[in-house]
Structure formats: structure tokens, C-alpha cells
Write a protein that binds this ligand. Sequence first.
Ligand SMILES: Cc1ncc(COP(=O)(O)O)c(C=O)c1O
Length: 365
Amino acid sequence: MTEPDFEAAHLTVRLDAIAANWRTVRRLCGPAVAAGVVKADAYGLGMARIAPALAAAGCQTFFVARLEEGVALRKLLPGARIFVLDGAPADAVPALLSFSLIPVLNSLADVAVWSAVAAKGTLEAALHVDTGMSRLGLPGEELSVLAGEPQRLNGINLVLVMSHLALSDEPAHAMNRMQLERFRAALAMLPPTPASLAASAGVVLGKEYHFDLVRPGVALYGGSPAIAGENPFRTATVLTAKVLQVRRIDKGECVGYGATFRAGKPTMLATVATGYADGVPRTASGRGAAAFRGARAPFAGRVSMDLVTLDITNLIEQPRVGDPVEILGDTITLRDAAEAAGTNEYEILTRLSRRVPRHYQDEAP
Ligand SMILES: Cc1ncc(COP(=O)(O)O)c(C=O)c1O
């Protein structure tokens, strides 16, 4: 008996699809460099397996958010170029240096720390300029100061100037062009340096958003780059869970906590071994769906900790006890799951819990 045989639920991570998605980004953006964003344990899917798979596909530049993610990644990929988005606070310096991590400098304070460290030689860094997100990155005033006092960069070998788009998943939104223009203006104030503006959604915004390097994350994991329209990326995450019980209830009977589902007619139910402890959002109660052999069955009632109950009445082919149903995959896409739960695809991925065993698939099925 192999492990997936007895596991009630498991997550299949298709490494071949992730590599293919990275190649799609490279094809769409070439000659810009395609990096790989593997922060938050590669969006919850397992950086230890995904980063080497991306490297094997040809990816040489990676982004993480936290310093500790960079340290973990360095151990996996000794030769990779690794950027740490969180910046260069003074207490991060020893680890940045010993693990050859490149900080993304987010403020004049970061610049000062890194320049002081670099006094004895040169050190690589990226510079993040804020073009409208007001989150991380040098605000306009700090950029003006830096442009007027370029000696602040002494000792720093600036290898990338970057910014981040707030609304790139809405291609027609005016904010994209506004940020593009602000980014161009920022680049003109700085010494000539490779530039990066686009993450996944920016990849499909068009050539002028690509600059020298793109930073896709969610697209690699099968997410959609825009809130509407076709998704050019392959499904990389498949969550299946087994049916524990099948039953018929009479008209008027209820399902689950809160008795929020009341059968309007005789109804066939399948109770499935997954719930919010696995990362199926409780907010998808009464709104989400699972799939059996490509056909959808809506959630009946609330998602509970370990269980979801499906209304399978309308399925022509109904699952039996022990059959796996798809909670996420080719039929129930990340976008479907996110819409049902009132969240985004990123949260669906990063909340898939540790209880669900991960299986890594290298070969196309
Ligand atoms: C600065 C930065 N670049 C790139 C990414 C990757 O974004 P996405 O997953 O939308 O491709 C993120 C993710 O949030 C980010 O914060």
C-alpha cells in the first residue's frame, strides 16, 4: 500500500507544471530575466522541492521576503542569486553577509546601513523605489535625496532597481500606467541599473512593463495573472480528499453546524475528509464546490474542521466511499476557490495546512 492510498487528503504539487510555468514567463518576457519568487515556503507548497526544480529549469535568480527564507534557500541553492525583499536592518547584516544574500534596500536607512558595511569593499544590493503602493520602498522624497547625494550609495554595487505594481491584475486600470511613468522617472534619477517592475500580473501587461527582470510568484504555482480572462499557466496544485460517507437525506433535513443547509428535496450527500484545518476556508461554507471526475458538486452547509459535505444529487456519476474528490485542481481552479471564499489565490495557497501531506510530481501525468 502506498502512502496516498491511505491518506484521507493530499496535495499533489506538480513540479513539471511549475517549471513549465516558469518557462512560459521566460517566453512571454524574454529577453528580460525571469526570476522565481519563492517566499512563504514557495507560497506554502514547499520551497525545498520547488526551488531546486526551478533551478533545474534554468532559473538563477530568486526572491524571498524574510531573511530566514534566504538563509534556507542558500543552503538549497549554493550558486543562486538570492534577493531578500525585507531590506537591510542592522541586525540582518551578519546573516546577509555570511549567506551571500542580496538585500532589497527599502529606505535611506537601509542604504546607510548597507553602505557602511560596504565601506571595506563593494556589496551588491537592489533598491526598491515606491511608485504608489506606499508599502515598502523609498518614497519620492527619499529618492530625491538619494539622487542629489549619490555618495550615499558609496560601496554599493546596485544590481537592480525595482518597484511593485498595486493593480496589475486589472490590466485596464490607470494606476498601472501611472506607476510605469513614476518608475521610469525614478530610473532617470539613478545611475543606469537593470530594472524590474513586473510580478506575475505584470508579465501579461505587455513588454513595456518587463524591463530587465520579472518577478513572478503566483503564476509559477498556477495562479491567474489577472482577475478575469484566460489563465495561460498550468495547474500546479491539486488537493484531493476522500469521501468518508455517502447518504440520502429527506426534504427538510439539515446539514452541518448551524444547520445552514436545509434540503428542499430528497438530497444525496457525500461527506469528505477535509476541512478548515487543512486550509479549506470556512468562508467557502455554502459557496464552494468540489469536483468528481470533472463534475462539480456544491458544498452543502458549513465547512468544519475536518469535514466538508457535498450535495452530489445532480452528479450523473456519484462518488462512493473511498473515492477521492478534487478540492483544488484542474476543475476547481485557484480562482474558483478564492472567489468562493471571498479571498485571493495567494491566501488559498499559503493557507494549505501542514496536515495535508504533499506529494511532488516530477513527470507529466
Ligand atoms: C515585491 C514583490 N515582487 C514580486 C512578488 C510576486 O508577486 P506575484 O505572486 O503576484 O507574482 C511579490 C509578491 O507579493 C512581491 O511582494
